[in-house]
Design a protein around this ligand. Structure first.
Ligand code: PEP
Ligand code: MN
Length: 338
């Protein structure tokens, strides 16, 4: 962090500011220019709030040099992180992993049919919501523990690892015991108590980007999990709120190369929640692949017209198979083949 002092700051005030900074456990490098003095703060500045520093009337500007996220940063960890779950190695160079399944687990027949179908087309993990974050309290809230039980049945039938969303820190133990990847939904990206609990568990976390979160806020949420000791974090871009209403959200594809530059963590794209329309899933899936994402999480239903949640954005099994075939033909050798 660099602190630029106002021109004419007296030596007495410079010295006072230096002792204030040193009292916070940092070293200070002093550069005296013709007009002003610049202080370089050396050490862990992650706890320092630049705005608080600005309260000193002699401070003109404060600039961060390092990002506030350390463990998620590529600077301190140049090699890509690969998260291994079953056959999938999410984040590995030259691989593209597909997670697919219904928005919500609805019943045994549905989840088994979708699990078998997506597996036959090349998906490596099965998604399915058991605890659903719904805008309306009157909408289907998910089968909850029964949903997890059905996901486990689908896993027993197919061998596909299961991905499902957690909403409460009270359920971390249950999820840790029963599921393969714990999803944090957009609405809970900044549920810091939940993130802290997930930092203590050993299962990989799929961390979706918040509805209105910046890339830095998203990486800071990943930092919570990493700082707790869990290094298996997969990021997921699922669209953000903008002024556009044609699509459900606006898929921020530029976030993918940005994340790749800033972080070593894998990042996948959700073309379903970002658009809200099944016919947009294919072009945006191809786009996600082109911009360097590590995979997709796609909603697939055996009968989207009857889905209890998000039918309009769900592919049916034939559409999903067609998408997979298209991706295999465009980019063979990424591990999409069954
Ligand atoms: C979901 O994946 O089912 C979901 C609710 O997604 P998001 O948190 O991105 O809205
Ligand atoms: Mn959904």
């Amino acid at each position: 962090m660099v602190v630029i002092l106002k021109p004419g700051t007296t030596q007495e005030h410079v010295d006072k500011l230096i002792s204030y900074i040193e009292d916070m456990g940092l070293d200070v490098m002093i550069n005296r220019g013709v007009d002003c003095t610049v202080l370089g703060l050396l050490g862990d500045t992650s706890r320092i709030d630049p705005d608080t520093m600005m309260l000193n009337v002699h401070v003109d500007r404060v600039m961060r040099i390092a990002e506030p996220f350390k463990k998620a940063s590529r600077k301190f960890h140049p090699d890509r992180t690969t998260v291994t779950i079953g056959d999938a190695e999410i984040g590995k160079e030259n691989s593209f992993t597909i997670i697919a399944g219904p928005c919500s687990v609805e019943n045994e027949e549905q989840i088994i049919a979708v699990a078998k179908g997506v597996q036959a087309s090349g998906a490596k993990l099965l998604r399915g919501g058991a605890y659903k974050p719904r805008t309306s309290p009157y909408a289907f809230q998910g089968l909850q523990l029964d949903g997890i039980r059905l996901l486990k049945e689908a896993k027993a039938e197919t061998g596909l690892p299961i991905v499902t969303e957690i909403m409460s820190p009270n359920l971390v133990e249950t999820f840790e015991e029963n599921v393969d990847v714990i999803q944090v939904g957009a609405r809970n990206m900044q549920n810091f108590d939940l993130l802290k609990e997930l930092g203590k568990c050993t299962k990989p976390i799929l961390l979706k980007r918040g509805l209105s979160s910046t890339i830095e806020e998203w990486l800071m949420s990943a930092e919570y999990i990493l700082a707790g000791g869990n290094s298996n974090v997969i990021l997921c871009e699922r669209g953000i709120r903008t002024f556009e209403t044609y699509t459900r959200n606006t898929l921020d594809l530029s976030a993918i190369p940005a994340i790749k530059r800033l972080s070593h963590l894998p990042v996948v794209v959700d073309p379903s929640h970002s658009t809200g329309m099944s016919w947009m899933v294919e072009p945006l899936s191809l786009a996600a692949m082109a911009v360097g994402a590590d995979g997709l999480i796609v909603e697939v239903h055996n009968c989207p017209e009857k889905a209890l949640c998000d039918g309009a954005q769900s592919l049916n099994l034939n559409q999903f198979d067609a998408l997979m075939n298209k991706m295999k033909s465009i980019a063979p050798g990424l591990g999409l083949e069954v």
